[in-house]
Design a protein around this ligand. Structure first.
Ligand SMILES: CCCCC/C=C\C/C=C\C/C=C\C/C=C\CCCC(=O)SCCNC(=O)CCNC(=O)[C@H](O)C(C)(C)COP(=O)(O)OP(=O)(O)OC[C@H]1O[C@@H](n2cnc3c(N)ncnc32)[C@H](O)[C@@H]1OP(=O)(O)O
Ligand SMILES: Cc1cc2nc3c(=O)[nH]c(=O)nc-3n(C[C@H](O)[C@H](O)[C@H](O)COP(=O)(O)OP(=O)(O)OC[C@H]3O[C@@H](n4cnc5c(N)ncnc54)[C@H](O)[C@@H]3O)c2cc1C
Length: 647
């Protein structure tokens, strides 16, 4: 039987309506139709071709990225994809997603524009946003420096107010103060939102954002006092090397006073620092926005890997042939299922948690507009924690999918190496995942310590209000099916998270210096934060596989006993059997085109072997039968052996 038939057979086994599931995955019928239309449009446009990427050198790759970005922008305007010509509209955002090549435009639309929207005054928005919306200026987000990334308060670039000229002088006082990493900075951006320490009359007011022009709008040369370049090749072949992550230093560069982003705090003409009645953390608002976007995108990356691994696992056969019959599809091995299906479930779980987080973020934004800042700590903790949880699981999941595809998964034509290399920096950028979990832990410990003062926990920590009950809890699971009841699973996760948080809080109270305690207990705090974040995401297969993976936590906190742990495992095996006939249909529901998947192993038609064979011959090494270098390096060896043999 050929691969084509394998997948048709798999599709017939499905026990649910794939078309309905496509709509669930997309969010609504409207979203489904939009994604479907745009993904086909991209797939059929030769400019958006991407199967040649792995063989391109850095310069060609970068030029190819510029070409695609310019073409995408042209399409956005020609097709009137959005009324405002803004790439923030859903159609244009989808176009970018399906083009599937990171570019400077991500930072322009994803960070530069939101930074001005969130931190600029009305006048600043009126001046800068129309230019940015039309891409008459191109911006990036220049925060991280060579010496400091996580520790934002440790940034060294200075913005010193000069009352004589009503300007700020932007300066890089040390090598370590060089801006280092901002995407789009290296070769493209004309402007940046630069984060620098505000200095007035010798006093340091901490880090603030400033709009700084970097390059001439005529000849693209850096303006006087500015040195810029690309920071060099990054992990992976094509991967994130389409992006010009840059280095930037300032030598006393002057900008007008009104280019400090002044929504949170202002500097007057006289050089007086005025802080509005809003939390200073709003300066970090763009990061909160992007973390929420990253959570929403995690399910996309994971589902692509899972789609490839599931289809290929149904096509691939090894062992088990009797009397010359077919061998076993590797998807039928329980070990394959126990590695693959939790990832399939995670992709769905992350899809829904992404929607929920968008809701939470929208709610917080509305409240902020109405000057209600009460939900900001919860929004920060949720976006930071879920960003960390989903990107770690997705990066690990993509790598697991590569292994699930055996040797062929290591070929670039499987699509998996590049998917991993492009995705894995998400564990670091927009906040290192451990640093972000420690932020969640701080929030949790604070919540626990405030319980005694009668402060009612809200939002995702609301379960802590039932602390007494959760500390008494012991699961009453008696048979495997009991683990199918959502409230049984939920309670176990709540009790585990609550107990881990309380244990951390108790241990912390033993230290006379709380900061010292926090450093000492950091590893436990991170585990408690993970437990809390997993609680936010739990749902059936996903939940039980997590429970199985973290069984130690559940048993050591006394939430369940070992017997109940093995019942959960038994139930998990049953669930795998239920997922099995639906697996291919569940990944079809993502509705990804072959262009978007970019994988021979994940082809919709399952025609893997002939296409792998065909693809191999396209490698540049196969352009000639005898390789370049044969005469210089191989032939002399062979001749030498001949001489030795004769001796
Ligand atoms: C496929 C389609 C793609 C389409 C693309 C288009 C759009 C998508 C959008 C964008 C994506 C674009 C590209 C993506 C790719 C790459 C982008 C990468 C860009 C970057 O990579 S860009 C740099 C990011 N760089 C960081 O991410 C630094 C991490 N480091 C920090 O973030 C802080 O530095 C922290 C938090 C570690 C410590 O900060 P700290 O030392 O000042 O604070 P401290 O711990 O003392 O906390 C004091 C009080 O502030 C509260 N607090 C803290 N942070 C808050 C916040 N954000 N909001 C509200 N409250 C907050 C605390 O909870 C506490 O509260 P309390 O006092 O009540 O306890
Ligand atoms: C591909 C990519 C794109 C990027 N794009 C941009 C951009 O557009 N603009 C921009 O401004 N920046 C950008 N960055 C920078 C990025 O935001 C930082 O690299 C990130 O915030 C991590 O900071 P760091 O590099 O200082 O890591 P570090 O903080 O130096 O981390 C090193 C190690 O120390 C650990 N660590 C650090 N602090 C603590 C602590 N308190 N407790 C325990 N462990 C700790 C970390 O867990 C990690 O293991 C980008 C980075 C990458 C990789």
């Amino acid at each position: 039987m050929e691969g084509v038939d394998h997948l048709a057979f798999e599709r017939n086994k499905a026990q649910f309506d794939v078309d309905e599931m496509k709509i669930v995955w997309a969010g609504s019928r409207e979203d489904f139709e939009l994604s479907d239309r745009i993904s086909r449009l991209v797939a059929s446009d030769p400019v958006f071709r991407k199967d040649d990427r792995a063989a391109l050198g850095r310069k060609e790759l970068f030029k190819n990225t510029l070409r695609k970005a310019a073409h995408a922008w042209k399409r956005v305007i020609e097709l009137r994809l959005s009324g405002e010509f803004s790439a923030l509209e859903p159609e244009a955002y989808k176009l970018r997603a399906f083009v599937d090549q990171p570019a400077f435009t991500d930072l322009h639309w994803g960070m530069f524009v939101p930074a001005i929207q969130g931190q600029g005054t009305d006048e600043q928005q009126q001046k800068w946003l129309p230019l940015a919306y039309r891409m008459q200026i191109i911006g990036c987000y220049a925060q991280t420096e060579l010496g400091h990334g996580s520790n934002v308060q440790g940034l060294e670039t200075t913005a010193t107010f000069d009352p004589k000229t009503d300007e700020f002088v932007i300066h890089s006082p040390t090598l370590t103060s060089s801006k280092w990493w901002p995407g789009g900075l290296g070769k493209v951006s004309t402007h940046a939102v630069v984060y620098a320490r505000l200095i007035i009359d010798g006093q340091d007011y901490g880090v603030h954002g400033f709009i700084v022009q970097l390059r001439s709008l005529d000849d693209h040369l850096p303006l006087p006092g500015i040195t810029i370049g690309d920071i060099g090749m990054k992990f992976g072949n094509a991967a994130y090397n389409t992006m010009d992550n840059g280095v930037l230093t300032f030598d006393h560069v002057r900008i007008p006073r009104n280019q400090m982003l002044m929504r949170v705090s202002q500097v007057t003409r006289e050089g007086k620092y005025v802080h509005s009645n809003v939390p200073r953390q709003l300066v970090y608002g763009t990061m909160v926005y992007v973390r929420q976007k990253i959570v929403a995108d995690a399910s996309v990356a994971l589902s692509r890997a899972v789609c490839i691994a599931t289809r290929y696992s149904a096509v691939r056969r090894q062992f088990g042939s009797h009397n010359g019959g077919l061998e076993t599809q590797v998807i039928d091995y329980k070990t394959q299922q126990s590695r693959l299906f939790p990832l399939l479930a995670s992709a769905y779980a992350f899809r829904f948690v992404g929607e929920w987080l968008l809701w939470l973020y929208t709610d917080v934004t509305e409240r902020l507009k109405a000057k209600d800042f009460s939900t900001l700590p919860e929004a920060h903790a949720c976006t930071a924690g879920l960003k960390s949880l989903t990107t770690t699981a997705t990066a690990d999941g993509i790598e697991e999918c590569r292994k699930l595809c055996g040797g062929h998964g290591y070929l670039c034509s499987s699509g998996l190496p590049e998917l991993f290399a492009v995705y894995v920096p998400a564990c670091t950028y927009e906040g290192d995942n451990i640093v972000l979990l420690l932020q969640v832990a701080r929030h949790l410990v604070k919540t626990v310590s405030q319980l005694s003062t009668g402060n009612k926990p809200v939002g995702t920590t609301a379960y802590m209000a039932r602390l007494e009950q959760l500390l008494q809890y012991h699961s009453d699971v008696k048979k495997a099916e009991d683990w199918l009841k959502p409230n049984v699973v939920l309670e176990a996760f709540e009790a585990r998270a609550a107990r881990m948080c309380v244990a951390c809080a108790q241990n912390l109270s033993k230290f006379s210096n709380p900061e010292e305690g926090f450093q000492e207990l950091a590893a436990d705090l991170v585990e408690a934060a993970v437990a809390h974040c997993q609680l936010i995401v739990v749902s059936n297969v996903y939940a039980l596989s997590l429970l199985h993976k973290h069984l130690g936590d559940f048993i050591s906190t006394g939430c369940i006993d070992p017997k109940q742990g093995s019942l959960a495992n038994e139930q998990l095996r049953n669930l795998y059997s239920q997922v099995r006939p639906n697996a291919v249909a569940l990944v079809d529901a993502y509705n990804y085109t072959d262009h978007y998947l970019g994988s021979i192993l994940g082809r919709y038609d399952g025609n893997v072997y002939p296409k792998l064979y065909e693809e191999a011959w396209k490698d540049p090494l196969n352009d000639s039968i005898v390789p370049d270098g044969f005469k210089e390096y191989i032939q002399p060896l062979l001749k030498q052996q001949l001489r030795n043999a004769r001796l």
